[in-house]
Each structure stands twice: as C-alpha cells, then as structure tokens.
Design a protein around this ligand. Structure first.
Ligand SMILES: [Zn+2]
Ligand SMILES: [Zn+2]
Length: 236
C-alpha cells in the first residue's frame, strides 16, 4: 500500500523527511497537518482522556519533598486536625499524602467515618450496612481513585493503600526516602539521627506510583510479611 502511494514505510521516516514538495509523503504530511489542526479534534481528544479508566488518569508525579526530614517532623508537630474537638497532640496521627501534599489525620478516631456498605445493602442483611474507614482510606477515594501513598511522618513509614474495594482494603509499609549518613532509615525516630532525602529512594517510590505498581507491591509485601494481614487497613 505504502509503495503504491509512494510514501515511506515507517511513520518515523515519513515525519523526519525534509519538508520539500518533491519529497515522498509531502502531500500526506500536509493532509495530516490540516486534519490535526481541526478544532473538533481537540474536543474529541478531551473526551477520550475523560473516558479513560481512572487508574490511567492519576497524577503522574509525586509531590516534591524537603531535603531534611526535620522539616516534616516540624510540620507534623504543628499539625492540628480540623475534626479534633479536644486540644491534643495530633502529630502522631499526621500523615502527608505523597500524591497531593495534603496533611491527613490517620488511624485516629477523630477522622473515622462510616460509609455505606453497598454490597451488604444488596444482600439485604441487616446490621452490617456500614463500614468504618479512616482518614487515609477516605482521602484515597478522591485523591488516588482508591489508591493511597502517604508518609506517616513520626512513624517514619510510607503507607501504600489499595482501597479500590472498600470492603477489602489492603496495605503495606515501605521505608521512606530519607536515610541517615549510614544509608539507614530510623523507624519511629528512635535513634534521632539526621535523615536526608535520598534521590535514589525517591526514584524507586516514583516508579511504584508511575507504573501503577501499588496493588502489586502490597501483595508482594503481604506475602513476605504475614503480620500485615492482621492490620485493619481500612481504618488507616
Ligand atoms: Zn492526596
Ligand atoms: Zn483527625
């Protein structure tokens, strides 16, 4: 067909050819150019993006993080949950969403909410129609289409959450991209050694997000650490 039309066999050759009216494919390029500049094409393109499955429309970049972990610790210590009516220490529950940068209150009663259990509604079984979910699970529904990635600041863990099925929320923890001078993390800040951002670890975390590996990574971590199955991730 290409031979019959006297145009190059590959798109690459076609587009890279010098733009002279005598070059093969010149007319085709002009035609393609006029098609691609049509105003209706932009509307159709927008429609195509909107019709993509949610997982393909997720943000493509994680938030940028400060160089020193102490900046995040300060942020956590100043955090006040809007739902917390009694003055208290909200820092321990403070989590930073790595997808949008919002501070969340996790695993804490003040931000637990009850949601309808639609499957139970369908089953028509009374008594179990509501599910109690935590701040991160709820946030993940709108921020990551059910998938969450957040930094539990004072615990020094990245939490991955797969809450795409609200009845079977799964999760795991990963080492955050902050390491001390010996290349180690400091869970719970027990040693108190200064932690600095590790670009290599950031890249690894980026890859998990960009390549939609969160559910797969959770499954892998759960296979290696059965204790993860005992955690009620939906209340995270
Ligand atoms: Zn978020
Ligand atoms: Zn709260």
């Amino acid at each position: 067909m290409c031979m019959f039309l006297n145009i190059p066999h590959s798109l690459h050759t076609l587009l890279d050819k010098p733009d002279s009216s005598s070059s093969p494919g010149y007319s085709l390029r002009r035609l393609a150019g006029s098609w691609s500049s049509h105003s209706r094409l932009r509307e159709l393109g927008a429609g195509a993006v909107a019709s993509l499955p949610p997982i393909l429309r997720q943000p493509r970049q994680l938030i940028s993080l400060p160089r020193s972990y102490s900046d995040l610790v300060n942020k956590a210590s100043k955090f006040k949950c809007a739902n917390h009516v009694v003055d208290g220490d909200d820092g321990q529950a403070a989590m930073l969403c790595l997808l949008c940068g919002q501070m969340l209150c996790t695993n804490s009663y003040c931000c637990m909410t009850d949601v309808e259990d639609e499957e139970e509604e369908e089953d028509n079984q009374p008594g179990h129609k509501r599910l109690r979910i935590g701040g991160l699970t709820r946030h993940a529904q709108t921020c990551g289409d059910g998938v969450g990635m957040a930094l539990w600041i004072l615990e020094v863990y990245v939490v991955l959450l797969d809450a795409t099925n609200i009845r079977h929320v799964k999760g795991c923890t990963l080492t955050p991209p902050y390491l001390d001078q010996y290349g180690e993390s400091d869970p719970g800040l027990r040693r108190g050694s200064p932690l600095l951002l590790s670009e290599e670890s950031v890249q690894q975390l980026d890859t998990v997000w960009f390549q939609h590996q969160v559910p797969e990574r959770i499954t892998q971590e759960m296979e290696q650490n059965r204790n993860l199955m005992g955690i009620v991730w939906s209340q995270m």
